[in-house]
Design a protein. Structure first.
Length: 289
C-alpha cells in the first residue's frame, strides 16, 4: 500500500497561498491541494446564511478542526494532551479527504497549521514535509492591516511564554503585531525542522510564484512530481474581496523599523531573512509617494 504523503505550510498568511494552491493543482499530478480547508459554504441566503456559517463553524467545520479557536488557547497553556487530540482529528480529516479524492499526496496550504498544532502533528507524523511560504514582511503587514481583522482570532499574542519570539505587546501597534506574527512563523519553521529533523523542508518566497523555473526547483526539492509549470498572473485575494491593492508607504517602513528596534541583536540574527533586508531601498518609490 502506498504511504500517503502530507505537506504543510508554515506561513504568516497573506503570502501567496491561493497562488501556490493553484500551481499545485495544475502542475502536480495526483495532488490534493487544500487552501485553508475546511471552508464553510452556506446554502441558506443572507441573514440565515450568516447564522448557518456560525453554526457550522462551531459544530461542523469547526475552528478547532481548522486550527484556531481552542487550539490557540491550548497552545497558550502548553496543553499537549489537548493539542494531540486536535492534531489527531486534523490528520484523520486530511486522510479522509485524500481517500475521498483518491490522492496519495496532500499539501495543506494554510496559515493555521503552525498556529498551535504544528508540534503535535510532527509528533504524530514525523515523515511530513513542510514549506515555509514567506512574503516581504512589510507587504505582509500592510496586506493584513487592509483587512481590519481581529488579530487575536488567528494568533496568540507575543507575550505567550511558549512562543519562539517572546515580546511585551502592551505598546505594540497593530502593524507591529503582524510583524511579530511574521517573525514568529519564520522561527517556528526553523524550530520544527531542528526539533523533528523534518525533511523535506523548503522555503518558497512569494516572488518564486512569479518564476516557473524557480518554482519547479522548489517542487523538485520537496519531492513533488511536478509537470510543466505555466506562468500565471499572481492572485491578490485582497483585491478580489474588495480590500484594495497592497501599497507600502513611508509610515509602514517606519513601523517596521520601530519593531526591528525592539529586537536584540541575537533575536535579529535568528531571522536570516533580515540579513540583507533594507526596506528603505526596497520601497524607495513607494516611500517617496
Amino acid at each position: 500500500m502506498t504511504r500517503r504523503r502530507l505537506y504543510f505550510t508554515v506561513t504568516a498568511g497573506r503570502s501567496g497561498q491561493a497562488s501556490l494552491t493553484e500551481f499545485l493543482q495544475k502542475s502536480v499530478p495526483g495532488v490534493l491541494a487544500l487552501f485553508e480547508e475546511p471552508q464553510v459554504h452556506p446554502v441558506l441566503p443572507r441573514f440565515f446564511g450568516d447564522l448557518e456559517r456560525r453554526f457550522r463553524r462551531r459544530y461542523v467545520e469547526t475552528h478547532e478542526l481548522l486550527g484556531r479557536g481552542a487550539v490557540l488557547r491550548a497552545f497558550e497553556r502548553a496543553d499537549d494532551a489537548a493539542l494531540d487530540q486536535y492534531a489527531a482529528r486534523r490528520l484523520a480529516w486530511l486522510d479522509s479527504q485524500m481517500a475521498r479524492h483518491k490522492a496519495d499526496i496532500c499539501v495543506d496550504v494554510s496559515k493555521y497549521f503552525a498556529r498551535g498544532m504544528h508540534r503535535a502533528i510532527a509528533r504524530a507524523r514525523a515523515d511530513i514535509g513542510i514549506i515555509r511560504l514567506v512574503r516581504d514582511p512589510i507587504l505582509n503587514m500592510r496586506s493584513f492591516l487592509a483587512r481590519n481583522k481581529d488579530f487575536g482570532l488567528d494568533n496568540v499574542y507575543p507575550d505567550c511564554e511558549f512562543n519562539e519570539l517572546r515580546l511585551d505587546s502592551s505598546s505594540m501597534s497593530d502593524g507591529e503585531l503582524y510583524l511579530w506574527a511574521w517573525c514568529e512563523m519564520y522561527l517556528r519553521f526553523d524550530a520544527l525542522v531542528r526539533e523533528f529533523e523534518l525533511d523535506p523542508a523548503v522555503e518558497i518566497r512569494t516572488e518564486d510564484l512569479n518564476d516557473p523555473t524557480a518554482l519547479a526547483r522548489k517542487f523538485s526539492a520537496l519531492g513533488l512530481p511536478a509537470g510543466r509549470i505555466e506562468a500565471t498572473p499572481p492572485r491578490n485575494t485582497n483585491v478580489s474581496q474588495g480590500h484594495g491593492e497592497t501599497i507600502v508607504r513611508m509610515a509602514d517602513v517606519e513601523t517596521f523599523e520601530r519593531f526591528r528596534d525592539r529586537l536584540s541583536v541575537k533575536e535579529r540574527q535568528r531571522i536570516s531573512y533580515f540579513d540583507e533586508y533594507d526596506p528603505r531601498t526596497r520601497f524607495a518609490i513607494a516611500s517617496a509617494a
